[in-house]
Ligand binder design. Structure first.
Ligand code: ARG
Length: 461
């Protein structure tokens, strides 16, 4: 038998050392250890229950696995690249500890179904953590919205000032985006929560196993319906990465606004000192690095998604060693979004909104032009004509330096006789906001309702 390989029986010479390091995954799959052991404990209990090993043997195996879990948690476990991956490490150590009976653990199991199980167990936990992180972020948006129900700011289209909105409305737009993320991860979880164990290498097993029992022990609502699919499917991981990519994309949009808003040109926010950095050369600088890095890290999360999609592209059934490459992108994306979700909420909570600057920006630039046109519509003018009339008024104001709301009624009537004294109460900044009562609109009435709805949404699991 060549070396200490579990599969050494068929081989007459040792593996080349470059092959050993090339094929080893222990450097990164060691973090699957807790899930590997959890899965093995359930498997061993099932073997005992089905009489494939004796009860005493199952107990001995479980006891050994529990000790190994402790050794790893205490950092006392020795990792060795010759043992390839985490599955080999745990099994090798088990035999070290409890002797030959350790060799019975792998009965009716292959590393192919084992690794699929480990990844699913890992992702289940990762998704739980990410969904909590998103909720935490959403909580910041809903609480900030509640205190800015009267803060008027310019809303933008084409990055041009368009119509006045409430800051609360803007913040709740992010709340909605992140709610979709939370829902998307929950939907992904239903695909993660399928038990692949029992598929063996690819075709199932001849031994009388009880997959439903393992599923119950590990809290999986379903068992994989096809053993070949069970060992080769990584759709759930692709979906997870797609969820991460969309979440990161949302974060990058937020980050971009923070960068812009913190600039002297906008001046809409003041970044808290604890969340900004200085320049090594320019003493006056206060940089929005957290936002910039959030924007930048989105690129690597996209890379992780494309990486796994490319690994799977054209891969024939069933298990292929290529699949070992699934782990690093999954871990990287999970870690990256977790980092973002850890750093953003306290920063967003500490950001100071410069409400006077926002209001001043909303008051300039004819943001009430649509409202003047809507007013003429209420007087029976077709919208297209009203649009044309208000366009001419805006051009006039641009030449004279006036604002729509400061023009006298006489002046307005020169452009269109349909203007009446009541026009004043249609075109103030407040009116422009408050009259937008449509579902999902920016009036404080709708936004206050939206804050209440957000609070209820936050209670949902
Ligand atoms: N380390 C492998 C992986 O991550 C485990 C499965 C290996 N199976 C095999 N037959 N070589 O995919």
């Amino acid at each position: 038998m060549a070396g200490k390989k579990a599969w050494g029986g068929r081989f007459s010479v040792d593996t080349h050392k470059n092959v050993e390091s090339f094929t080893a995954s222990i450097d990164f799959d060691k973090r699957l250890a807790p899930y590997d052991i959890m899965g093995s404990i359930a498997h061993a209990r099932m073997l005992g229950k089905c009489g494939i090993v004796t009860k005493a043997e199952a107990d001995k195996i479980v006891g050994g696995l529990e000790e190994i879990r402790e050794e790893i948690a205490r950092g006392e476990f020795r990792f060795d690249p010759a043992l390839e991956d985490i599955h080999m490490h745990v099994e090798h150590r088990l035999t070290d500890k409890i002797g030959e009976v350790g060799g019975k653990l792998h009965t009716a199991r292959s590393r192919n179904d084992q690794v699929a199980l480990d990844l699913r167990l890992y992702l289940r936990e990762a998704i739980g953590g990410i969904r909590e992180g998103i909720r935490h972020l959403q909580r910041v948006f809903s609480s900030k919205a509640e205190v800015h129900l009267n803060t008027v700011m310019p809303g933008y289209t084409h990055m041009q000032r368009a119509q006045p909105i409430l800051l609360a409305h803007h913040l709740l737009a992010y709340f909605e985006m992140f709610q979709r993320d939370r829902d998307r991860f929950a939907a992904c979880l239903t695909r993660v929560n399928v038990l692949p164990l029992g598929a063996g290498a690819l075709a199932g097993t001849t031994l009388p196993i009880d997959q439903a029992y393992v599923a119950k022990l590990l809290d999986f609502p379903a068992v994989a319906a096809n053993s070949e699919d069970a060992v080769s499917d990584r759709d759930f991981a692709v979906e997870f990465l797609a969820c991460c990519a969309i979440l990161a994309m949302h974060i990058s949009r937020l980050a971009e606004e923070l960068v812009l808003w913190a600039s002297a040109e906008f001046g809409f926010i003041e970044l808290p000192d604890a969340f900004a950095t200085g320049s090594s050369i320019m003493p006056q600088k206060k940089n929005p690095d957290v936002a910039e890095l959030s924007r930048g890290k989105t690129g690597r999360v996209y890379g992780d998604l494309v990486s796994l999609l490319t690994i799977l592209k054209g891969l024939p059934l069933s298990y292929n060693r290529d699949l070992q490459e699934d782990k690093e992108p999954v871990f990287d994306a999970a870690d990256t979004v977790r980092h973002m979700l850890d750093v953003l909420p306290p920063m967003l909570l500490a950001i100071k909104y410069r409400v006077e600057r926002m209001r001043a920006a909303a008051a300039e630039g004819f943001l009430n032009a649509t409202d003047v046109a809507d007013y003429l519509v209420t007087k029976g003018i077709p919208f297209r004509e009203a649009h044309e009339i208000v366009g001419r008024i805006v051009r006039h104001c641009l030449e004279t330096g006036e604002r729509l709301e400061t023009l006298s009624l006489t002046r307005l009537r020169e452009f269109c006789p349909a203007f009446k004294p009541d026009v004043a109460k249609y075109i103030s900044l407040e009116a422009c906001v408050e009259r937008r009562l449509s579902t999902g609109g920016t009036s404080s009435r709708r936004v206050a309702e939206a804050v209440q709805q957000a609070k209820r949404t936050l209670q949902r699991p």
